[in-house]
Design a protein around this ligand. Sequence first.
Ligand SMILES: [Zn+2]
Length: 533
Amino acid sequence: MDAARTFADAVAVRDGRIVAVGADDAVRRRIGTSTRVVDLRGRTVAPGFGDAHIHAVASGLDRLRCDLSVARGLERYLAIIASYAAAQPEEPWIRGSGWSMADFPGGMPDREDMDRVLPDRPAYLESRDGHTAWVNTKALDLAGVTATTPDPTDGRIERDAEGRATGTLQEAARGLVSRLFPPESPDSLVAALRLAQAELHALGITNWQDAHVRADEEEVAYTALVGRGELSARVVGALGWDDARGGEQLEELVERRARTTLSRYAATSVKFFLDGVLENFTGALLEPYLDAAGRPTTERGRSLVDPEALKEHIARLDALGFQAHIHAIGDRAVREALDAVEAARRVNGPSDTRSHIAHVQLVHPDDLGRFRALSVVANVQAEWAALEDQLEHLTIPFLGSERAARIYPFRSLRRAGARLAMGSDWSVSTPDPFIQMEVAVNRVSAEHRGEKPVFLPDERLDLIDALEAFTVGSAWVNHLETEVGSIEVGKAADLVALDRDLFDRGAGEIGETRVVATFIDGAAVHERPELDG
Ligand SMILES: [Zn+2]
C-alpha cells in the first residue's frame, strides 16, 4: 500500500520496524541466526487494518453483558437471560442487547415474557439496532412508568389497550429506564476494552478511532489500559461534542486532551452529530422526504447542530488543533459539514486537522468534489451499501429514484478525488474488515451472496481501493500515516497475515478470509498455528 501500490514477495522486521521489503533473495540476506522465518507460501500479508469509526468500549460491554445476538427466538432469548442472571447474582441490573425485532409480533417484545425468568430483578435489553429496549415489569416499576406517564419527546412507550406499558420502549423512551443504571465500574470498562481489543486484533485491526469517547466510560477504559501497559492498538479518541453546552466546553476538551493523551492513545478528535437516520426521517435532506405514495412531504429532517454555530465551533476546534469527526447521513447534513470545514479554512487558513465525515449515505453531486478541495475524508461504512430490508422498505421509497441512485456513492467520491477511510461502526455492524470490503467490492451483503441484485453497480470499489481505505486511509485520518498503513521500510511492523492470497478470486469470497496472525511493532498480538503450517 505504498504510493505506487507495489506488490512485494517478502518483508524483514527488526526491533519492531520494517527494515526491508522486496524480492525473496534480497530479504533473505537479512536472516540471522536468531531470526524467526515465516514462509507464507503465497498468502497475503497486508498492513494492519485501521477502523476509522468504531465503538470499541461500548461493543466490549455488549459482549460482557447479556448477549442475545448469538441466538434467535423468544425461548432461546429467555434461556440466555435466565442463565446470565443466575451467573451474575450480585448484578443489580440485568443489562444486555442483541435481540431481533423479527422474533416478536410487530417487532415488540413483552415484559410479561421476561417476568417469567426475571420476576424480581430489573432488566433492560436493547434490540440489535440499538433503537428499542425490552424491559421487565420490575424495571418499569423502579422507573415509575405508569399508564399516566406521557411519552417523552422523540420517544414512545408501547402500551396495551388500557394504556399500560407493555415492556417495549422506543428511542428516547429508553431513557426513562436507562437513567437509573449505576455508573459502569472501572473494572468492567477495562475488561470490556481488553475483550474488544483481542477480538479486533484477531480480525487484523491494529488501530482505530473510537467514534464517541465519554469522560466516564471510554476515557476511563483507555487511560486505565494504557496505565497497565495493555493497550497494544494505536487509538484516536473522538470526544463527544455536547451541543447544548456549545463553546463553553472547549476549555474542558483541551484539558481532557492534555490529560488523557498518552502513549498509543490520543484524544485529538471531536465527534459531532449533525442528523439522525433516513429510516425514521431524522436524516437531514436538501429536498423533502416522499410519503408512502411517492409524493413530496414537507419533512426534510432536523439539523441537530445549527449550521451557523457549527461553522464557529469547527473553526475554533480547528484552531485548537482538534480534528472534527462528523456524523452526517443526509445530503443536507453532508453539505452543512462541508460548509463548516470551508468556513474554518477561511478563518484559519490551511491546517492539518483532517476533518472526516462518517456515513455519507447521501451526497449531492455538487458536493462530491468538495471533499478533495477541502481535504475532508469520506469515512464510509461499507457493509451498509447493499440491498437489505431496511434500505429497500424504509429508505428507498421515501427518497425516490433519483436520490436512491446515489446512496453510498463510494466510487463517485473516489472519482471526485476524495480520500476514503473505512470503519465498521461496531457494534451496529460487524467489525470484520473482510466482510465490509466484500460489500464495498460487490455491493451485495455477505448474507445474500448470489441472491440479491448488485446495489448500484457503478459505485462498486476495486478491492485494492477498499484495502487502501482500510489501511492508508484510516491511518491518514488517525494521523498515523508516517508510522503505519503501508508496508514500507522505516514504518512500524504492524502486519496482518491472511489465510489466502486476498487477490485470488478463485480462493473464495473476500468475506471468508481469515487472519492467521496479527503483529504490532513486530510482536504477535494474535497468532494461529496455521501461520507456520
Ligand atoms: Zn457510530
